[in-house]
Design a protein around this ligand. Sequence first.
Ligand code: FEO
Length: 162
Amino acid sequence: METRLVEELNKQLNRELYNALLYLSMAAYLDYKNLPGFAKYFKIQAKEEIEHAMKIYDFLNDRGQRIIIEGIPKPKQEWDSVLEIAEDFYKAEVENSKALYRIDDLAKELNDKPVQHLMRWFVEEQIEEEKIASDLLAKVKMIRNSPQGLYMLDKELGQREE
Ligand code: FEO
């Protein structure tokens, strides 16, 4: 494989791990704020990010490439509101999509068919990831300033399945 592509995939693997930590940090904050439904939602999301990282890990390994786990930066710890969390979640997913599109473009430029195939899976997955993040943001905006609405939404999010 071309070195540039291996490096970009390694970066993406580490980006997915960073997002897992970010979402776990959100879960920890939300548990502390007595919002167990929101916290469960983000714990599940964190696990999904680990799965995404492992998908790239297995792909690189199957192609005989070296996987490099970087020092993952410390994620944000505090938020002012649930709205800020939902905004950060949506922003992280949009940024993640852009990074994946760049890898897809590079794979096309270098004519690496297996990476293009892998990127098709990720591009599809990002449609879903952006949708769940934008849905959550829309719901949080809808109930802004309503404790009752927050309570109900927490119950709803607690039903998310793995
Ligand atoms: Fe790994 Fe939420 O995208």
